[in-house]
Design a protein around this ligand. Sequence first.
Ligand SMILES: Cc1cc2nc3c(=O)[nH]c(=O)nc-3n(C[C@H](O)[C@H](O)[C@H](O)COP(=O)(O)O)c2cc1C
Length: 173
Amino acid sequence: MPAIQPCAPAKSGEDTGSAGCRFAKSEERTSHDQFRRGNRRLLAQGSLNLKLAQALEKLAAGKLVFDYVDIGDLPAYNDDLWVNPPASVLRMKEQVAKADGLLMLTPEYNRSYAGILKNAMDWGSRPYGQGVWQGKATAVAGTSPGSIGAAVGQARLRADLASLSTVLAPSPR
Ligand SMILES: Cc1cc2nc3c(=O)[nH]c(=O)nc-3n(C[C@H](O)[C@H](O)[C@H](O)COP(=O)(O)O)c2cc1C
């Protein structure tokens, strides 16, 4: 998936270090290299959305700590897998649950957001009553080389995040 990084803005006053988007202690922090390795099945070489994420991270330095969430190793959603949940799913849910907030970046694919992000949203919404999205402060951004950027994809993502009861920031768009 080209750069779709739910990541999490940090609490103010917390260890910010050089990077990142949540309250991760530095030893827990996921480096860009680890993130790229973890997401190698989904991030295109030179992903514009990864570059955008890194630029936003730079802009937020000193205010937010970014922690990149790897969603490239999540299997396609299947209810049966909850009997013995994949480690990747548990890790992703824990990372999201711990975050003070999320920044989701997506390219536009066929006038929507990337399917792999929807898959991550589906995993994070189950088991019923144990979802991680409800009430989570969430912002959406994204880019594509098209004339309107990833505007339509972002709009669709925002609609689905509303149905998951995240608390959506009005911008960026
Ligand atoms: C299957 C597919 C569908 C796409 N559909 C759109 C689209 O509807 N609108 C758009 O602006 N770009 C579209 N693009 C272009 C991507 O958004 C663009 O390649 C983007 O840079 C990919 O993100 P990345 O650079 O982070 O990998 C599409 C690309 C692919 C592969």
